[in-house]
Write a protein that binds this ligand. Structure first.
Ligand code: AMP
Ligand code: ZN
Length: 395
């Protein structure tokens, strides 16, 4: 039932002090907001260079056969996996630095938004570690992780404030204007389900299978892009909230696509591979077209908010889609100079983004969390610091 997968294990040893004599620190990060149990260890070697990702592990609950994530199963999965995954991460780290007894200086964990049971598994574990090791911990906002990961200085452009982000994942679809680490304005949100959820459900109707159906659908499309038969037209694919009476609503809507695809599949059966590829392209295009339409509406309605903004970030699992990237770059080039995406392994849920967002909170806001913090199922990004439990960092 469980699929276990290591996504990266990049072990490089750097300990002690950096060239300026500043003590470097190690971060253990945990992400358990949905059905992925993720653990990573980051080495903050210097405050001006990118931290080194020492270990990055992920154990995904295989929800494919259940048609979606079942919260109780996800909760159990985290409880079963979290201890051994953290132990594996620390063991892997210690293999390269046997003399260090307590390599962890800071613990970062997802506090919300997400499924309460899933969040509590990671949060409780992190608090226990923090007490046991006598090290501070930070309860991190999951979407802040997606939003800030492109600022992790790897290669390529790094967004400077102010910048706009499109966060597109299995659970969220938001357009955000960020003017500082703790100042985020949500410009557009979904009225119903997230884009990733919609793509996955439409893909399932088309017959695709897997844990991330939208990803399977994209790889099927790209596997033989020349082999397309457009003879089957998917009828009535919508562009929601775009009629004259609701055009001005600044929101996305992705639920209507599913029933339309379902209806089409009642008519179009026994299609060839080339016809299926064409149908998948039509579905993907209509969903991406909706997102572009609404982003343009938001810009047209609030042009002053976009003045002087250079960077457009796209992050979250769906941001690895190459067609979406191409559309954003061609359709929004009038307003933005840089289009920035995280490294592909950091697009979907991972613990590196939680560690990096924690580092930004620790260094720039000089905050940690106290032990009273509880999971937050719904936590608007613009209320980052309004929730209780933050405390000034000692040091
Ligand atoms: P996240 O919630 O950020 O972990 O992202 C998971 C979502 O991203 C799922 O709905 C996936 O199907 C979707 N996803 C992952 N890769 C792709 C891709 N290449 N194209 C479209 N959607 C994708
Ligand atoms: Zn996510």
């Amino acid at each position: 039932m469980f699929k276990f997968r290591k996504i990266r294990q990049d072990l490089i040893l750097k300990v002690g002090r950096n060239l300026k004599g500043k003590r470097c620190y190690k971060v253990l990060a945990i992400e358990t907001s949905c059905d992925d149990t993720c653990v990573s260890i980051l080495d903050r070697y210097s405050e001006v260079e990118a931290p080194t990702v020492l270990v990055n592990l992920k154990s995904t609950l295989n929800s494919a056969s259940y048609g979606g994530v079942i919260p109780t199963m996800a909760h159990e999965h985290h409880q079963v996996k979290i201890g051994s995954l953290v132990q594996e991460a620390i063991t892997a780290y210690k293999c390269t630095s046997p003399k260090e007894n307590l390599p962890i200086d800071l613990i970062c964990v997802t506090r919300g938004p997400g499924m309460t049971g899933s969040l509590s598994a990671g949060l409780t574990f992190a608090k226990g570690l923090s007490v046991g090791l006598n090290k501070p911990f930070i309860g991190v906002h999951h979407m802040l992780g997606h939003l800030l990961i492109p600022r992790l200085p790897t290669n390529g452009a790094k967004p400077a404030y102010p910048f706009v982000s499109l966060l597109v994942s299995g659970g969220h679809t938001i357009l955000v204007l960020s003017t500082d680490i703790d100042k985020h304005e949500v410009l557009c949100d979904t009225l119903d389900i997230a884009i990733g959820d919609s793509l996955d459900k439409c893909g399932r109707e088309l017959g695709f299978k897997g844990n991330m159906i939208a990803r399977e659908m994209e790889s099927f499309i790209n596997s033989n892009i020349e082999n397309v038969d457009d003879s089957v037209k998917m009828e009535k694919l919508p562009n929601p909230l775009n009629s004259s009476n609701n055009k001005s609503i600044q929101a996305f809507s992705f639920a209507p696509f599913i029933s339309v695809v379902k209806d089409n599949m009642k008519i179009h059966q026994d299609t060839s591979e080339a016809q299926l590829r064409s149908m998948a392209i039509q579905v993907q295009e209509s969903i991406f077209n909706h997102i572009i339409t609404k982003i343009k509406h938001v810009i047209m309605k609030n042009p002053q908010k976009f003045l002087g903004i250079r960077s457009f970030v796209c992050s979250g699992g769906v941001s690895s889609n190459l067609r979406l990237r191409a559309l954003l770059e061609s359709e929004l080039q009038e307003w933005f100079l840089d289009f920035i995406y995280p490294r592909s392994d950091l697009c979907t849920d991972n613990a590196v983004m939680i560690g990096w967002a924690g580092i930004e909170i620790y260094e720039n806001l000089r905050l940690t969390s106290d032990y009273s913090v509880a999971p937050i199922r719904q936590w608007p990004l613009n209320e980052l610091l309004l929730v209780p439990g933050w405390k000034k960092r000692i040091l």
